[in-house]
Design a protein. Sequence first.
Length: 161
Amino acid sequence: MFLVHCQQVENLTEEQKNEFKAAFDIFVQDAEDGCISTKELGKVMRMLGQNPTAEELQEMIDEVDEDGSGTVDFDEFLVMMVRCMKEESKGKSEEELAELFRMFDKNGDGYIDLEELKNMLEATGEPITEDDIEELMKDGDKNNDGKIDYDEFLEFMKGVE
């Protein structure tokens, strides 16, 4: 898992790295070794309105502490930031999917029926056949009740991504 995040760190822009370096430098200004310990991390988290326990702080450090020093150096900090960015984007896409579901569910009954699916797909302007629409409904409607509920919709959309 660490390796995956390392590869994603390489994809950061210079601007992002510079911003993270500035933040890192602020975090470690009182640290003797130039690394973030639970003490510095706790201070930062409290500034952000969080109140993690000592154990939670240690867990956060352990997750990215590749060299086993018990502290976070700049490279490890970048991995931590990539993880945070990834978590943030996950929540956002869930919100976007909920919004998309509400757009399909025109009558607001909590389901997308064949007619709603057809109307929404036709509204995109893309050429689509009745067979295509029925096939999509079949793929999305896992319990075969003739409509797609929110959980089925999420599951279907995960397959699309």
